[in-house]
Design a binder for this molecule. Structure first.
Ligand SMILES: CC(=O)SCCNC(=O)CCNC(=O)[C@H](O)C(C)(C)COP(=O)(O)OP(=O)(O)OC[C@H]1O[C@@H](n2cnc3c(N)ncnc32)[C@H](O)[C@@H]1OP(=O)(O)O
Length: 145
């Protein structure tokens, strides 16, 4: 059974001018694509199968990310059903020189595991070990999801 921390992925993306919206900040659609990619990697690591996005839960853009900043995206599996995989996501803007971060976005996405024929397949149970794993799981449940 995979542990929560084995699904924990943090990816960084350099925010370039071609990622901008009309306000010269990161276009929300680019951030959503990065969130989807990183959370799919986490879901697939957990399931050991291909996973497709079934649902994007509430997604608030709390703060903009500036061009030239780094977008730091974190994903981990916090729960699983029979074939569904529930992934928690957070994003921060990170100042590339100082490493200073500010949280900009938070959400949960639901994936479904499928086999090579596109048929839904069962996923394992998630296990939570260590205080860090428990803290990460509990913070999602405290969000009321
Ligand atoms: C990484 C990517 O970008 S992938 C590309 C974008 N995504 C896609 O193209 C997926 C398109 N959608 C599909 O193929 C289908 O709707 C699927 C495979 C997601 C679900 O197939 P369905 O036959 O509708 O699934 P079904 O109703 O049997 O539910 C299967 C599981 O998914 C869950 N589920 C399905 N749809 C949703 C949803 N919208 N929200 C939350 N959970 C859902 C169900 O609760 C169930 O969970 P469980 O097995 O843990 O009890």
């Amino acid at each position: 059974m995979p542990t929560l921390l084995e699904t924990h992925i943090r990816n960084r993306f350099r925010v370039q001018p071609n990622h901008a919206n009309n306000n010269d900040t990161l276009h929300g659609g680019n951030l959503m694509k990065w969130l989807d990619e990183v959370s799919a990697m986490s879901a697939m690591r957990f399931a050991g199968e291909t996973c497709v996005t079934a649902r994007v839960n509430e997604l608030d853009f709390e703060r903009p990310i500036q061009i030239g900043d780094t977008a730091l995206v974190e994903a981990y599996v916090y729960d699983a059903g029979r074939t569904s995989v529930h992934v928690a996501l957070r994003a921060w803007r990170e100042e590339p020189r100082s490493g200073e971060t500010e949280k900009t976005t938070e959400s949960t996405f639901t994936f479904v595991a499928i086999d090579e024929n596109g048929e839904k397949v069962p996923v394992p149970d998630i296990t939570v070990e260590t205080e860090k794993g428990e803290r990460l799981r509990d913070r999602v449940h405290e969000l009321g999801d």
